[in-house]
Write a new protein. Structure first.
Length: 205
């Protein structure tokens, strides 16, 4: 797979390119949807003249941060292929608070893959194929993360995840197919881009 060129760094340099539909889409896919932890709050009343008082609740978030490397492994991408701007955007995405205390990447990977399996019913056209029944102790014996990625996600899931990560900034269909190693752009478009567009996960600029 090739490295993205600097020509795709700015929206103005990329007409009719593919880009994530919303900044909320990728964290929605990556979040664990079940058993959400309650956000700790310390509410205090805000009194406004001639209006009922309102409670102001401070928001607590858990960001991807350094865990972005795990997504690169699962998508079989290199940091150079993302570039600095995409990396910054991905590290700033929010994750479910229930994942906050999972520091072991093997356990976090299994939790994330399980959350993608939960989302599969809502995104049936994607056919996001994963193995969410792999015990953590077996995964730990898997050797390199390239081997572990093969255990957790099938090729289709890797490519779909890679497309979502790469479209955090605008990128042309041609360059996206080139980076991911697809010579037949029409086949790549029909198999991966169109299903993501059908679910409004990505769109053309």
């Amino acid at each position: 797979m090739k490295q993205l060129s600097s020509a795709q760094k700015a929206l103005g340099n990329c007409s009719n390119c593919l880009v994530m539909h919303s900044g909320e889409i990728l964290p929605t896919l990556l979040k664990k949807p079940k058993n959400r932890a309650k956000t700790p709050v310390s509410a205090h009343p805000l009194f406004i003249e001639d209006e009922p008082f309102r409670s102001v609740l401070p928001m607590v978030t858990f960001l991807v941060g350094e865990n972005y490397g795990l997504y690169l492994h699962l998508a079989q991408l290199r940091e150079q292929q993302l570039g600095e701007n995409r990396t910054d955007k991905i590290t700033g995405l929010s994750l479910d608070m229930s994942l906050k205390d999972i520091s072991d990447w093997d356990e976090l990977a299994i939790a994330l893959v399980g959350s993608w399996e939960d989302k599969r019913g809502e995104l049936e056209k994607l056919r996001f194929l994963v193995n969410n029944n792999l015990p953590a102790d077996i995964l730990k014996k898997g050797g390199s993360w390239e081997d572990k990625g093969r255990e957790l996600t099938q090729k289709r899931a890797k490519v779909l995840l890679a497309v979502l990560l790469l479209t955090t900034e605008p990128v042309s269909l041609e360059e996206l197919a080139d980076v991911l190693g697809y010579r037949n752009r029409e086949k790549f478009k029909e198999g991966y881009v169109n299903p993501l567009r059908d679910h409004r996960l990505i769109e053309y600029t």
